[in-house]
Ligand binder design. Structure first.
Ligand SMILES: *[C@@H]1O[C@H](CO)[C@@H](O)[C@H](O)[C@H]1NC(C)=O
Length: 335
């Protein structure tokens, strides 16, 4: 597992399921990290993952899918050429993020013509650049400026996309494009964002974002991606764990074989404010930024490896996850 984690860039996330899918995410901003942390498709082992998702593309003011980085198209071809080495590898393009702080999905889904323009552009773009599918990365319908009715609009988008992918495959005698989505992990967000039983049939797989459960925005230490609840949790925090999220998706009718558990290749850090170092210890903001990710609040797994060589390691047995502390720095991570 250590090799698997260190072989990939950060903020990478792996999504795993019993159906033998290992879906890895790469980002087009990891290319700007310094020295050995610079990460491009050339750094990907073509046999490591069954699927690679390239993040991120956006949606322009004509409701068309659109690249973001100056060299995206060159990187698409480096990524998709990995299938010359491993023909079984599948690649998907992720679309999402924000434009001027707002999700570009909101304007696109609002009217049938907007959705149709997006769907047409997506099929043409994916075929031109040789992707195997599309991943929807909207955080989230019904949130962050997206009106309540976007829950139903998202269902329409997913339904219309999968129908168009079927038609495209039949009309052009090609393998059907895959459709997946990154989805919320917290119960109230799920309730507000998705008609689970209506979207699940149209998605090939569902990437549950089971990470960022705790972080330096809270006043005591907590783990980024705990498997189960801890005795420190109370109130709504009892649901801030992987088991609770996945159980909820199952209860709402998502088929187990389509649900992929999100596994972060990064940890979330805290600055301890006392000599206590256990889970639930008082904290005041994040530890120092890592030398490569240069953002306070999280460290890449390869930054955590450097830290753990001198830190004191701990194990949260209730949650089945490791943590480490040194001086006033604390990190909860996955190994
Ligand atoms: C996992 O979550 C389910 C649903 O909330 C719960 O019934 C079960 O007790 C949890 N398992 C553990 C080990 O916490």
């Amino acid at each position: 597992m250590a090799r698997l984690l260190s072989a990939l860039g950060v903020l990478l996330v792996l999504h795993v399921a019993s159906s033998a899918k290992l879906v890895c995410h790469m980002t087009n901003w990891a290319q700007y990290r310094p020295s050995s942390a610079k990460f491009t498709p050339d750094n990907i082992d073509p046999f490591l993952c069954t699927h690679v998702i390239y993040a991120l593309a956006t949606i322009n003011s004509f409701n068309q899918i659109h690249p973001i980085e100056w060299n995206d198209e060159q990187q698409y071809s480096r990524l998709n050429n990995l299938r010359n080495v491993n023909p079984a590898l599948k690649t998907l393009l992720s679309v999402g993020g924000t434009v001027n702080g707002i999700s570009p999905f909101i304007a696109m889904v609002a009217r049938p013509e907007g959705r149709a323009a997006f769907i047409r552009s997506a099929i043409s773009f994916l075929r031109t650049h040789n992707f195997d599918g599309l991943n929807l990365a909207w955080e989230y319908p019904g949130h962050n400026g997206s009106p309540r009715e976007d829950k139903e609009k998202f269902t329409l988008l997913v339904t219309e996309l999968s129908k168009a992918f079927e038609d495209d495959a039949r009309d052009n005698r090609k393998t059907q494009l895959l459709l997946s989505a990154n989805v919320a992990a917290f119960r109230p967000n799920i309730d507000r964002a998705y008609e689970v039983n209506k979207i699940a049939p149209h998605l090939d797989f569902i990437n549950v974002m089971t990470y960022d459960f705790h972080g330096s925005w809270e006043a005591v230490t907590g783990h980024n991606s705990p498997l189960y609840r801890s005795s420190v949790d109370s109130g709504s925090h009892i649901h801030h764990n992987i088991n609770s999220s996945v159980s909820y998706w199952l209860a709402l009718g998502a088929p187990a074989e389509k649900l992929l558990l999100g596994f972060p290749t990064y940890g979330r850090t805290y600055r301890l404010s006392s000599a206590v170092t256990v889970l639930g210890a008082p904290a005041n903001g994040p530890a120092d930024a890592g030398p490569y990710t240069r953002t306070a609040g999280f460290w890449a797994y390869y930054e955590i490896c450097d830290f753990t060589s001198s830190a004191t390691l701990g194990w949260i047995s209730e949650q089945e996850v490791p943590y480490a502390s040194y001086g006033s720095s604390w990190v909860g991570y996955d190994d």
